[in-house]
Design a protein around this ligand. Structure first.
Ligand SMILES: [Zn+2]
Length: 495
């Protein structure tokens, strides 16, 4: 047996119960390292002498006759791990392979996510948070990335994972995320998209367009006006009105995309998966607008990893697609063909639980897509709580019910709380069924921030500590739940 295991055996024999994450075992430059857990706390057990052992900070420990070092999962130790074991650092993927965003608001879902994608023809973006999510969970980008890197180490996952600064709008946040080593940037252009144009009359649109600077107008007119433009078998014709409308809505956003690309992506000195999102608009993205934005960006030399249009119908949090599936499929075909024509991937946001449309996404993107999920693993965590700690589940459910309106400030959902079965009519054994009910799912889905930040009169957390203790005792159950639920996503997407 390796010396590192005799340390653990000596501890276990001595009554200090130590769990070993076998898949993490790695050896480099004469140093062996493995992830362990004692008393609910994970750490890196390091044995042998060499550069990695020197680089990691921790305390000297003894197990039987073997000397070792036990290192906490700090940010500094994560950076050291990244240097010596490159698979523990995030990477960019380019456009050749499908990717799935698996945002983990809790910092404990990535091991299960890794087990879900392992061996599949798709790569995980394990770290993926928006500023809104960071604020609601009280976490920062360092913690988010640390958790993902340690998960890759814990699971010995060597196929690579990404880190996405999700829905970033301002340059300070972009700089922060890229400075921390994030490998993907999702640029949210919503503040540069003019949502007031859609409601104007044709005459008002043309009048407003007449006020746009002549340089910009002639730039767009010379390229697009009344010309037969074609991409992937679809012809796009821009009349004076439709061109005016697109310029008014999107020209500033296109300039902003180009600016961010030149300033941050081109100069990064490493590969960055650059996504632009135009999905936070009032109306679905017209395929012709998608085409014009892409054509314009590629003419300017901007290259994309992916683009997220807004699709018709509703992509609400945590539930299946709502809308006209046939119409969605027709528009999806064109959006996917445009993305394919330029070479980037179509990106689908709020992608969790959209089981009805997954098969067509897989088919029409020819199996090359980026799909974002974020909160659905939190719901799977709540399912584990419902099964293993019914008392805690009941208290959290009741609190979510009471405080639902606070969360609706951040998320738009259709949940009808009156349709949720009253808690006192439900037995403990039936509690997990709430996670199969759309109204209860959405209620729990959007109240994660409210629940995790809830405090009692003494400033003590109402649920957070107990929730994490409960999840810690049920790590395997959580992994199984994620393999089941996220696994269904991936299967239906054709991977
Ligand atoms: Zn989005």
């Amino acid at each position: 047996m390796q010396a590192i295991y005799s340390v653990i055996e000596a501890w276990n024999n001595g009554g200090t119960e130590t769990k070993v994450y076998e898949r993490s075992l790695a050896e480099t430059g004469g140093v062996r390292i493995v992830m362990i857990k004692q008393n609910g706390r994970k750490g890196l057990l390091v044995e042998g002498t060499g550069e990695l052992a020197d680089a990691l900070q921790g305390e000297a420990v003894q197990g039987g006759s073997v000397a070792a070092k036990l290192c906490p999962l700090t940010h500094e130790n994560r950076l050291a791990l990244n240097r010596f074991l490159p698979y523990t650092a995030p990477r960019a993927f380019g456009t050749g392979i499908s990717t799935i965003g698996l945002g983990d608001r809790l910092g404990i879902a990535s091991p299960g996510h890794i087990e879900t994608v392992r061996g599949k023809d798709i790569r995980p973006i394990l770290a993926q948070q928006s500023i809104r999510e960071l604020n609601l969970t009280g976490r920062d980008y360092k913690e988010v990335l640390d958790a993902a890197c340690y998960a890759a180490f814990q699971e010995g996952y060597k196929d690579g994972f990404g880190a996405d600064g999700d829905h970033l709008k301002v340059e300070a946040d972009i700089e922060l995320a890229l400075g921390l080593g994030f490998t993907m940037l999702t640029l949210d252009c919503s503040e540069h998209i003019d949502n007031t144009i859609e409601g104007l009359s044709d005459a008002d649109i043309l009048a407003k367009y007449a006020q746009v600077s002549p340089e910009i107008r002639s730039h767009y007119e010379s390229r697009y006006l009344n010309r037969a433009l074609e991409a992937a078998g679809t012809e796009f014709v821009f009349s004076p009105l439709s061109l005016a409308k697109n310029v008014l809505i999107y020209a500033k956003a296109i300039d902003y995309m180009e600016h961010i690309f030149r300033k941050y992506i081109q100069t990064a000195g490493r590969e960055i998966d650059f996504e632009v999102s135009i999905d936070e608009t009032l109306t679905p993205t017209d395929p012709a607008s998608h085409f014009l934005i892409a054509e314009e960006l590629y003419n300017r030399g901007v290259q994309l990893f992916s683009m997220a249009p807004r699709f018709c119908g509703e992509f609400q949090k945590g539930i299946d697609y709502i809308g006209d599936v046939a119409q969605f499929e027709e528009e999806l075909k064109v959006h996917a063909a445009i993305a394919d024509h330029f070479g980037y991937k179509l990106s689908i946001h709020s992608g969790s639980d959209k089981f009805t449309v997954f098969p067509m996404i897989g088919v029409h993107t020819k199996g090359r897509f980026h799909l974002k999920t974020a909160g659905t693993n939190w719901l799977e965590a709540m399912r584990v709580v419902a099964r293993t700690n019914p008392d805690l589940y009941r208290r959290m459910h009741a609190y979510a019910y009471e405080h639902f309106h606070e969360a609706t400030a951040y998320y738009h959902v259709k949940a009808d709380l009156k349709a949720i079965k009253p808690l006192d009519s439900v037995s403990d054994a039936e509690l997990p069924d709430y996670l199969n009910d759309d109204d209860a799912r959405q209620m729990l889905h959007i109240t994660y921030g409210v629940l995790l930040q809830a405090k009692d009169g003494n400033g003590q957390s109402l649920f957070k500590d107990e929730f994490f203790r409960s999840m810690d005792r049920n790590e395997e159950a959580f992994t199984e739940a994620l393999i089941g639920h996220i696994g269904k996503h991936i299967r239906l997407l054709g991977k």
